[in-house]
Design a protein around this ligand. Structure first.
Ligand code: GLU
Length: 467
């Protein structure tokens, strides 16, 4: 079989949204799964709505998701000569012609047709006039008068479109710009795209595109039209359902692999499995398992999947993703070893990186902030002896690993006759300023001896001074 070549051709008119990211992901996964090629192309011929800023944002989103491309980004606005060459070819071969019908005439024609219950597509006025090029002329494609155009879709099956219904559509506007259908087909032919996976809102465009392929004598690509993504109320996913853009999810503290996992499940399945790493997806992804029913985007499910990815990621992998959130809080988190230790204590307790950064506060705060209720309850004269004893025992340890710590606590328990909890809780407040934290041994190990001793001594001083 030929090498699979897929593409992602967003129009840079806004952010990369959940639906677009899902399309990009499917094309990328299919290329990676088959050892093929994935091309990025920005469809920016709509000069009024396309912006450089959107293009940059889309590229940033893809990079963050870990979706890389083998060619591009190509910009359609830089390829106008190519489209014109193809349009000339179509005119020469009789597949296209100039049309000078005014917007007003077309509007009247359409309204009349609708009122009379007829097909409102172009009535063919200029079809056989053999008009020369002129300033205001558009170029139309001559669609076949009879018969059907059949889309054999991998997901939808076979769909036949009545050619007569389609009518002669515009391929170049009067301002000289190619239309979407023309540019997309020319690019897909020119770039050797042989597999097109996209949202099923493009199904109605496809017969026009198939006609263009046929007129240009090119082989058809494989089409896979994926049902649109829905929100929890089963209406088309929109802002109403919550955050839409990929970068918003990044900024909320999602891991790219967590979002990728949630995205892939919007229309693709592998049995009833929910959790996938990127490598597993590359290994397993196939077009056959794209479903016919729409995927529902559920933020709660994304959160749960993200928590799983956090849980299963080693600290070295999480660290670069967590760092921006720590920096945002003004923490100095440049010590990698310390950071990895911190992360280890929080992976089971954080569903997002933002939550993890919040929970990491006590590791980085200088000076440590104390919750006043916790201080009042636990940093009391009655607990002074316990804290002094713990400081003495821990002070003698060389390593802050769990085992020697356990021994030290045991000695304090024996000496004071207190239960573990009665000792651990004042120690926790002394070390973290709060009554809740990761397990005390983990916390001590991650903080390291220097910070532990310093914080225990501060707490002891606070009690002595009656603060
Ligand atoms: N630029 C089009 C879009 O963003 C591309 C559609 C296609 O995949 O052909 O919807």
């Amino acid at each position: 079989m030929d090498t699979i070549v897929t593409r992602f051709p967003p129009s840079p008119t806004g952010h990369l949204h959940i639906g677009g990211a899902r399309t990009a992901l499917f094309n990328w996964l299919y290329a990676r799964h088959t050892g093929g090629k994935f091309i990025l192309r920005l469809e920016d011929t709509d000069t009024e709505r396309s912006t450089e800023q959107s293009a940059t944002g889309i590229i940033e989103s893809l990079k963050w998701l870990g979706i890389d491309w083998d060619e591009g980004p190509y910009y359609q606005s830089q390829r106008l000569d190519l489209y014109n060459t193809y349009i000339e070819k179509l005119i020469e071969s009789g597949h296209a012609y100039y049309c000078t019908c005014s917007a007003e005439r077309l509007k009247n024609m359409r309204e009349r047709a609708i009122a009379e219950g007829r097909n409102p597509s172009y009535d063919g006025t200029c079809r056989d006039r053999n008009l020369p090029p002129s300033k205001d002329a558009v170029v139309r494609f001559r669609t076949p008068d009879v018969g059907t155009t059949v889309l054999n879709d991998v997901v939808k099956g076979s769909i036949a479109f009545d050619n007569q219904e389609i009518g002669d559509f515009i391929i170049r506007r009067s301002d000289g710009m190619p239309t979407y259908n023309l540019a997309v087909v020319v690019d897909d032919i020119d770039m050797g795209i042989n597999t097109i996976i996209r949202g099923d809102d493009h199904v109605t465009n496809t017969p026009r595109q198939i006609m263009l392929y046929q007129a240009l004598g090119s082989e058809l690509p494989v089409f896979a039209h994926v049902p649109m993504v829905l929100g929890s109320d089963r209406s088309r996913l929109s802002k109403r359902h919550g955050a839409m853009s990929v970068l918003e999810y990044r900024d909320m503290g999602y891991l790219p692999d967590g979002l990728v996992n949630a995205l892939v499940r919007l229309g693709w399945s592998h049995g009833d499995r929910e959790y996938f790493t990127k490598d597993e997806l590359i290994e397993l992804f196939s077009l056959e398992h794209i479903g016919k029913s729409a995927g529902v985007f559920d933020p709660a499910k994304l959160l749960a999947i993200n928590a799983e990815h956090i849980k299963n990621s080693p600290p070295e992998k999480l660290a670069p993703h967590l760092l921006p959130f720590l920096k945002e809080k003004g923490y100095n988190a440049n010590d990698d070893k310390y950071l990895h230790g911190v992360i280890k204590t929080l992976t089971l307790r954080s569903k997002t990186l933002r939550e993890m950064a919040d929970k990491a506060a006590f590791y980085y705060e200088e000076p440590l902030s104390y919750d006043s209720a916790a201080t009042k309850k636990f940093l009391t004269p009655q607990n002074l002896e316990v804290l002094e004893l713990v400081a003495e025992k821990l002070g003698k340890l060389e390593s802050m690993a769990e085992e020697p710590q356990q021994k030290a606590f045991k000695e304090v328990m024996d000496k004071t006759g207190l239960k573990f909890g009665k000792i651990a809780q004042p120690v926790r407040v002394a070390l973290t300023g709060r009554t809740e934290s990761p397990g005390i041994f983990e916390t001590i190990e991650a903080l390291g001896k220097q910070k532990v001793m310093q914080r225990l001594n501060t707490a002891i001083e606070m009690i002595k001074k009656g603060q």
